[in-house]
Design a protein around this ligand. Sequence first.
Ligand SMILES: *[C@@H]1O[C@H](CO)[C@@H](O)[C@H](O)[C@H]1NC(C)=O
Length: 490
Amino acid sequence: ESGKDSQDKKKNHIKALLVAATDCEPQYLIRLLQTKLRIGLAEQTLLAALGQAAVYTEEHSTPPPHIQSPLDEAAKIVKQVYSVLPVYDKIVPALLSDGVWNLPKTCSFTPGVPVGPMLAKPTKGVSEIVAKFQDMEFTCEYKYDGERAQIHYLENGSVEIYSRNSERNTGKFPDVVAVISRLKRPSASSFILDCELVAYDREKKKILPFQILSTRARKNVVMSDIKVNVCIYAFDMLYLNDQPLIQKELKVRREHLYSSFEEEPGFFQFATAITSNDLEEIQKFLDAAVDASCEGLIIKTMNKDATYEPSRRSHNWLKLKKDYMESIGDSLDLVPIGAFHGRGKRTGVYGAFLLACYNINNEEFQSICKIGTGFSEQVLEERSASLRTQVIPKPKSYYRFGDTIKPDVWFEPKEVWEVKAADLTISPVHRAAIGEVDPDKGISLRFPRLVRVRDDKSPEQASSSEQVAEMYNAQKHNHQNNQDDNDYDD
Ligand SMILES: *[C@@H]1O[C@H](CO)[C@@H](O)[C@H](O)[C@H]1NC(C)=O
């Protein structure tokens, strides 16, 4: 009930319920209304109850022979149907007219009724992703910083746009409606598209920040008044020509997506994606995404566990945001003090280096991380050749490092390298800024990458332990802020 006199109408419904109740039922009703019914009554309970009620009511219907436990099975069916058609006004009449066993046929996923979008879980770094998706094929897509949209195209040619919260947003984006109708291929007669709407500067061919998109009017927008243009970045297809695709793997859904639209730069583009499980390649792709004004990457399974899960924050989609990179602020300038021999493809050169920051007070170099990524073959050869001339028989007395770190060679402090990293963590092994943040532990860099060699700096001008400690503290502060923001994320 809503609108005029709705309070009275609600009261009358409640009275009628109480009058009809018997035995202990009024007690439950009252406690329910007081929200004191501590049995976790939520949507899922209601859906299960609907399914069970249908089984009890359908005296003449017999469940299909393979069904062992009709009550459980009916509950499951209603839940499943609700996840793709979250409309009681459709489900209940269908239950009453054709019964619960036919419900998947009478009530199905259909253009015109939005489902909640599938969401991604945050992850800390590329190495975590590779570990989680070990042995699976996965894809990395740019994570665009705009507004999530589900675009429905109906058989009769009408287009509807729904927000992340399934609110109808069509009136806000008449330009998007026009682009969709123009750039869909004739073969696509009905579909549901999952995408991000991103503010876009078509002259400079550049993605604009979310803040600019949010300056657009919200309702009844007239085409000629539009000042902020939008590019549709499409990444999923949930339905095509009378066929739901959500039970299909991403690989298949993506093929349908690619074959159903024409790309036009600045108007409609497929989300930039690569399929790789190479750490370095993904790291580079992440940098490229950030350079292209994206928030980071979304990583998705392609074949295994790769269906579309409406309204769920799934383990099969992971997001890697640049915040995790930016939180360390600047890059660091560090000194290679040791190295490990390369193996396999890297035989004959160094495979990884031990880096250190400089402690000004104690005049010592403190180890901060091992680095093995960010090198092209050529750079690795150059660095190896250059440092080979700096090898010393044993570490300097003013090198600080954990007992467990045993490089194959040690170097004179000579070069300074600019390094970027995903974040800083407390380390029992490394000695950077020891005593500043933790009495016995140092700080280390997670996922460091070489940016370039700083010929203009001497080793004593490398990043100081103090700076490292400051960065660590700033990051902790940032992470807390990000946590607070998390509800609005995506
Ligand atoms: C197309 O069909 C939908 C749903 O049946 C209806 O709401 C809409 O008004 C129709 N649009 C046109 C242009 O006929």
